[in-house]
Design a protein around this ligand. Structure first.
Ligand code: ZN
Length: 63
């Protein structure tokens, strides 16, 4: 009965270590808009607002 519990104790530190590594946060700074299929940068508030409009067109990105 004790064996599964002992094995379980070796896991929590591994899971905790995977939480919020700074390098991986970049993956969440953008998403693909389901309406126009354009990549939306979550760091750009104008893009976020634009892609919240129903039936919108892809936003012009001049860069
Ligand atoms: Zn969009």
């Amino acid at each position: 009965m004790l064996d599964p519990a002992v094995k379980g104790y070796s896991r929590p530190p591994v899971i905790a270590a995977r939480r919020g590594p700074p390098a991986l946060r970049q993956c969440c700074d953008s998403y693909v808009c389901p309406v126009c299929a354009q990549v939306v940068e979550l760091t750009d508030y104008r893009q976020v607002l634009w892609h919240q409009q129903p039936g919108h067109q892809p936003m012009d990105v001049e860069d």
